[in-house]
Write a protein that binds this ligand. Structure first.
Ligand SMILES: [Zn+2]
Length: 74
């Protein structure tokens, strides 16, 4: 049985974390449709997990008055 990958999606700007974009340690944030096209997958083939991308997190961190450190360790 195929495992459905969970894809982190920013709940503010709607961009998804594309950790499979390359070997680089830098995680690329891209539009969901771009991600689906790039990896030739269907939206039904993934599960979305709501989070914040680094730039939206920084904005939210100011609102929440917490250190602007990205919540993702990847
Ligand atoms: Zn965002």
């Amino acid at each position: 049985m195929a495992v459905t990958p969970t894809l982190p999606i920013c709940c503010v700007c709607g961009q998804v974390s594309d950790g499979r974009a390359g070997a680089s340690v830098e995680v690329e944030w891209t539009q969901l449709q771009t991600y689906l096209d790039r990896h030739r997958i269907d939206q039904n083939g993934i599960r979305l997990s709501h989070t914040y991308c680094p730039s939206c997190y920084k904005k939210q961190a100011r609102v929440w008055q917490v250190p602007p450190t990205a919540p993702l360790s990847t």
